[in-house]
Write a protein that binds this ligand. Sequence first.
Ligand SMILES: *Cc1c(COP(=O)(O)O)cnc(C)c1O
Length: 375
Amino acid sequence: MIPAPHRHTPAKIDLAAIRRNLIKIRRHIGLNDDGKAPEFWPAVKANAYGHGAVKVSRAIEDLVGGFCVSNLDEAIELRDGGLLKKPILILSGIVPEDASIARELDLTLTAPSLEWLELVVNSNQDLSGLKLHIGIDTGMGRIGVRDFAEANAMIDLMDNHGLIFDGVFTHFATADEVDTSQYDLQASRFADVLSNLSRRPRYVHSTNSAAGIWHSEQVQDIERLGLALYGLNPSGRALMLPADVKLEAALSLQSELTHVKEIQAGDTVGYGATFTASEPTFIGTLPIGYADGWARDLQGFHVLVDGKFCEIVGRVSMDQMTIRLERRYPIGTKVVLIGRDGDLEITADDIADYRGTINYEILTSLSDRIYREYF
Ligand SMILES: *Cc1c(COP(=O)(O)O)cnc(C)c1O
């Protein structure tokens, strides 16, 4: 899908808020056990959680040590976008035959297993100088090795093939939860692997937003900060953000009325005719739908018009949806879907709660058709 700037349904992105969020979290986290400030390698995967990977990365480039992405194409996008100076870590295993692309672009790869690394070194590519971070699976169960012997065999293999053992990391499954038992188990497993490694690499890291914010004892050499950078609470509403980490949501979503009419008692609206007016009712139409990531199950939720909540009535269609208005408003009247209008606000958390999901999914679901505007 191509972005649709002519349709007035923009996501407005405040790059200065992203910078302020990063600076606040950096101050909150402070120093690691060695008395050094960790580097920040923000997660700008999934198009920077919908905020625009190149734009966001350029806006914070001077504040960060590197960047984290999820796959080779996201890393290529950053290099093509002019982000040439800082390391870029790909957080999952790539296709072994593509390792030479990573070396050419000076990308850092995750080595998720000995089997993967053997495929890489036996693939007949020129890989000397390629940097790798070994992934340790301490309980997430996704990628990574589970014991230090395998990790040490990987270090030997790197040494024998001119690859650089640059880092080792793990990833927490429950750093955003009140109950820390699983977190503590993972932290102790990671410490155990580290103490048995044949040597310590340049970078040891484990903290996503939640671990960085709520487990400062875990801070090591890199903070893989994701969601909090964009101003949202990684625990949703489970844990309160610390007082010194007042985050600002960087993304708001707006639209405008393209059509307003009055319908009569008994008239229906939308596919499936799921809404029937019980009295004369003003209906407004907005140019956004489930193909924009504004999900079909948002029927019954609300948007803001003129500083007031208006219910979404009828099913959300692919490209349009309908709301109930208090009175007739003119075409072009502004509608807020995420953000503030007067005293009221709709947050990604409100939408996530209504849909039974998490704020991460709300942001990353916004499709390319929604034009991103920067200020
Ligand atoms: C996405 C991701 C992060 C960032 O997570 P947030 O919860 O958004 O801070 C960090 N590490 C890994 C391995 C990830 O996949």
